[in-house]
Write a protein that binds this ligand. Structure first.
Ligand SMILES: C[S@@+](CC[C@H](N)C(=O)[O-])C[C@H]1O[C@@H](n2cnc3c(N)ncnc32)[C@H](O)[C@@H]1O
Length: 383
């Protein structure tokens, strides 16, 4: 836990989930810049405030006295917000959470937006808030300078109105956008991805991908290799398998697993609300008669121990802007708990990532099922 000292007060903040030896803070220089700017310019905080993409709730906690709503695509950000409010003696209701597919219920007076990593997500979010802003709305965005490009500013100009930036302070920059009467471009999201011609299926699936979904414009080459192998190999019996698509993204892995095992019970899990919703749309479109479960959570948190026969996983290699294998390792560890005895975790990953050693350490076994120049498919069985 570290202390954020800003004009609004001093706040004890932690990242979520807590990781031992984590030296990273729960906020960045852009959060400080936004909070200092609000105080320096004496910006009124009396109306309806919406905060977007607040990584762990730093802005929402510092402004909790003004009842902001916070909108994010991340289950981890939602948990971070709750944890940080409680940790500072603030009620949870002080930071009303809206997931990225919800909309505000009233016109907005102040919008504070942390620029997301994905340009598509920013585009979608500007379209989403646009009907709720008016000429009196103040829109202040903030980011580390590496995330502010000419294209970022053009997006604000096209969807909101005239836009300018501040000087950089501690490598962070603010963006100010005035709401103008514009001829708005169409919101292109969700995108459609056609799976015609893929070798891993003869069916013609059309996937719907929300703006923040992994590999939304084309099939990921790792997932493609994984699905080819899953179709060829003996993965399990064709009985009532209980299958988890862990880190499901648009659900393509679970959809193909359902095609392969028509009697299976599928559970799609991801920490992104947009991913879980895309998986739901894609599964229901592919199998209108079938039911499945769809859960936004951190790795496998909340899933019953000893309940799954098969877990399929193409692990992420970053959480927000932090790159590493820590989420993959957490996914493997929790998979061991959630698998039944005899159940298996199948993983696809880049060859160089060393998942083989990690799985062997956790499960006591790991088989190399297939490999090509770039990827390996690994299998670990719970004994
Ligand atoms: C490499 S993508 C794989 C997506 C999909 N399975 C595919 O193969 O196209 C990894 C997915 O893990 C999700 N993810 C990242 N961190 C997570 C976490 N802590 N818990 C659950 N899912 C997470 C990401 O949102 C992303 O959808």
């Amino acid at each position: 836990m570290e202390q954020l000292c800003v004009p609004q007060g001093q706040f004890q903040l932690s990242r979520y989930p807590h990781r031992e030896k984590d030296t990273l803070r729960a906020w960045d220089a852009a959060d400080e810049y936004i909070l200092n700017h609000l105080a320096d310019e004496q910006i009124p905080l009396s109306g309806n405030i919406l905060i977007l993409n607040d990584s762990f709730g730093a802005l929402s906690t510092a402004l909790a006295a003004h009842n902001p709503a916070m909108m994010s695509d991340s289950f981890l950000a939602e948990q971070g917000l709750k944890q940080n409010l409680l940790q500072n003696g603030l009620e949870e209701t002080r930071g009303r959470f809206l997931n990225s597919l919800e909309t505000p219920d009233k016109p907005l007076d102040l919008v504070l937006l942390k620029i997301p990593k994905s340009h598509s997500m920013l585009e979608e979010q500007l379209h989403r808030i646009r009907p709720f802003v008016h000429t009196g709305t103040k829109i202040i965005a903030g980011a580390m300078t590496k995330l502010v490009h000419t294209n970022t500013l053009k997006l604000f100009e096209r969807i909101i109105g005239p836009t300018k930036t501040s000087l950089a302070v501690k490598k962070a920059r603010l963006i100010f956008s005035d709401v103008a009467d514009l001829k708005l471009p169409d919101n292109p999201y969700p995108l459609t991805l056609d799976l015609k011609g893929e070798q891993f299926t003869h069916n013609h699936y059309t996937l719907s991908n929300h703006a923040n979904v992994f590999s939304r414009e084309s099939m990921d080459i790792g997932s493609r290799f994984f699905l080819q192998i899953l179709q060829q190999e003996k993965v399990g019996s064709d009985e009532d398998l209980s299958i988890v698509d862990l880190g499901c993204g648009n659900g393509v892995v679970g959809v193909i697993a359902t095609e392969r095992f028509p009697n299976a019970q599928l559970h799609f899990v991801d920490e992104s609300y947009m991913a879980v919703d895309s998986a739901r749309i894609n599964f229901q479109r592919a199998f209108p008669e079938r039911e499945a479960r769809f859960t936004a959570t951190d790795c496998l948190a909340g899933l019953e121990a000893n309940s799954a026969d098969l877990i399929l996983n193409n692990p992420p290699f970053h959480q927000q802007n932090v790159v590493g294998d820590f989420i993959a390792l957490q996914m493997f560890k929790e998979s061991r708990k959630v698998l039944k005895k005899g159940g298996a975790l199948w993983v696809v990953g880049n060859r160089h990532l060393g998942y083989h050693a990690a799985l062997k350490r956790l499960f006591g076994n790991c088989t190399l099922v297939a490999s090509n120049k770039k990827f390996v498919v690994l299998k670990a069985v719970k004994r």
